[in-house]
Design a protein around this ligand. Structure first.
Ligand code: NOJ
Ligand code: CA
Length: 554
């Protein structure tokens, strides 16, 4: 088992996710870019994070926000150039920030030369073996090869046309039809990715966030999903793994990758987006010779409800602790409804990518923000590594009234609007209240329109307001760092009065308490408030509030 050393930065790091398209636009085309990120890095240092994770900036037709890569070793011209990337890494490192990049190995874009070559080659060619091409079922091959569904809706198979115009084989895509799945049984695919890893490690990246690693290995022969009627494209916790999700054979790929990372100087780390539950199974992915971290989807999925939250935290420490890995904690990313809206409505599971549109039930964003600030404080004192998603430090709500004509998420198109999708959490973020596009671009352009309510969330006004969400995040991260909370010792604290309404834990000297009840409670006797999720309210433990407390010095 891996030994914990002070230099295991990833064990306690706060990692800030940048969705480049929506962070900051430096050249007025309405799309965020690498130079925009470079120009704002100081703001992230002020925030107090340890590392940034960049969602994909590779060459891509942007059918799925860059998770459809047509060249893994180049920067798309909408984002900049490789030399911009080098500058971004150099400047980040000079400022003390590490840089993690998103690697998308389960599928590439249908524009990738590998796929183009496959489509233009014969059925048994080497080019086709990069993907999962199969003949269809039915007399004329008119039916898809199996019953698999796409995560974005509809079948997971699309039939190609041969060069003579006749209908040909089908190819597998667990996501959009523009994202063909790669065949990880093919050693050539493995070699390609090993050199892609080295390309970026050589350029100085500190690691990778790996997209959909649990989908990469498929069961031999691609049999039907045994309970697709109930699970659709997904799986049901506790049931056997469907043939496209978390197959055992996938682990050897990451052991190979770990060896590559370990052969580089510095501590390069991999975080897997392994949506595998329960966490006792997810923990197999963070054994000491595989991923360093995985996203804690149990925590992300947990409703803001006392028992569920407690159970999620217990399960996390138990499962990851057993393999010597740190737990991660996360409340937001580019695939889920922002927590400032999620916690303000009766919505289902956080990771449901259905989204909410103008016709859906609108959240109470003021209750949502109160709970979101409290949830963040509750999270940031937990030992382990925490992930933040750009804009949450501004308390941004989901854009739930985005009109259909602006939508870009393939989920929206593949379900003919039945699921509105994830655009609402990907809207460009506000920097300056009184500028066009709230300062996201110089001329007001913005690839998705921003709601008017973003004005009051702009960074410039929050910088000047002691009680702003931004200043709450900064204060929490400052204290987290000075008290070493990320590598502290966790224990539930059940001895408080009103213990039915509150959930409390200790991390060293710090006592963290959240009030799940509906009435305000007194600050626990013998403690004083170090930080309160509602800045102005330090005199009591309000409903939906979290306090960070230390023993009162007499
Ligand atoms: C997970 C990514 O986070 C999501 O945005 C993307 O659509 C899918 N993987 C497919 O790459
Ligand atoms: Ca731009």
């Amino acid at each position: 088992m891996e030994q914990k050393t002070a230099s295991d930065w990833w064990r306690s790091a706060v990692i800030y996710q940048i969705y480049p398209r929506s962070f900051y636009d430096s050249n007025g085309d309405g799309i965020g870019d690498l130079r925009g990120i470079i120009s704002k890095l100081e703001k992230l240092v002020e925030l107090g994070i340890d590392a940034i994770w960049l969602s994909p900036f590779y060459r891509s037709p942007q059918k799925d926000g860059g998770y459809d890569v047509s060249n893994y070793v180049d920067v798309d011209s909408i984002f900049g150039t490789l030399s911009d990337f080098d500058e971004l890494v150099a400047k980040s490192h000079a400022l003390g920030l590490r840089v993690i990049i998103d690697l998308v190995p389960n599928h590439c874009s249908s524009d990738h030369p590998w796929f183009q070559a496959a489509v233009n080659s014969s059925e048994n060619s080497d080019a086709r073996k990069y993907f999962h091409f199969k003949n269809g079922r039915g007399e004329k091959g008119e039916l898809p090869p199996n019953n698999w569904q796409s995560m974005f809706g509809g079948p997971a198979w699309t039939r190609i046309k041969n060069s003579d115009g006749s209908l040909g084989q089908w190819y597998l895509h667990l996501f959009d039809s523009s994202q063909p799945d790669l065949n990880w049984e093919n050693p050539k695919v493995r070699q390609e990715f090993e050199s892609i890893l080295r390309f970026w490690l050589d350029r100085g990246v500190d690691g990778f966030r790996v997209d959909q690693p649990h989908a990469m290995a498929k069961a031999k022969g691609l049999p039907d999903h045994p309970y697709a009627d109930e699970a659709g494209a997904g799986f049901i916790e506790g049931r056997e793994a469907p043939p496209m999700w978390f197959q055992d054979s996938v682990h050897e790929i990451f052991r190979d990758w770990r060896r590559i990372l370990d052969s580089y100087p510095g501590q390069r780390a991999m975080c897997g987006e392994a949506y595998v539950l329960p966490l006792s199974l997810m923990a197999l992915w963070v054994r000491s010779d595989e991923f360093h971290q995985t996203f804690n989807f149990r925590f992300l999925d947990a409703d803001w409800e006392k028992q569920k939250l407690r159970a999620a935290i217990d399960e996390s420490f138990e499962a990851f602790g057993r393999v010597g890995a740190p737990s991660t904690w996360v409340l937001n990313n580019h695939d889920v409804m922002r927590h400032a809206s999620r916690f303000g409505g009766e919505y289902g599971r956080a990771t449901a990518s259905d989204g909410v549109g103008p016709d859906g039930p609108q959240p109470d964003n003021s209750l949502g923000l109160r709970r979101a600030r409290a949830a963040t404080l509750f999270m940031l004192a937990l030992p382990g590594s925490s992930y933040l998603y750009q804009g949450e430090e501004l308390g941004l709500p989901e854009h739930t009234t985005l009109e259909s004509k602006y939508r870009q998420d393939p989920t929206f198109f593949r379900t003919k609007g039945g699921r509105v999708g994830r655009d609402g959490c990907r809207v460009p973020i506000p920097w300056l209240k009184n500028q066009p596009a709230f300062g996201f671009s110089s001329n007001g352009k913005s690839w998705l329109p921003q709601p008017k309510t973003f004005a009051d969330h702009s960074r410039d006004i929050q910088e000047k307001d002691d009680d702003s969400t931004l200043n709450l995040y900064k204060a929490a991260l400052r204290i987290r760092s000075s008290m070493n909370l990320g590598s502290g010792e966790f224990a539930w604290f059940d001895d408080l009065e009103n213990s039915n309404e509150v959930l409390a834990y200790r991390n060293g000297e710090l006592l963290v308490v959240h009030n799940f009840g509906i009435i305000d409670l007194p600050v626990p006797y013998g403690y004083e408030v170090l930080l309160a999720s509602e800045g102005k309210n330090k005199k009591c433990l309000g409903a939906n509030q979290t306090l960070w407390l230390t023993p009162r010095v007499r």
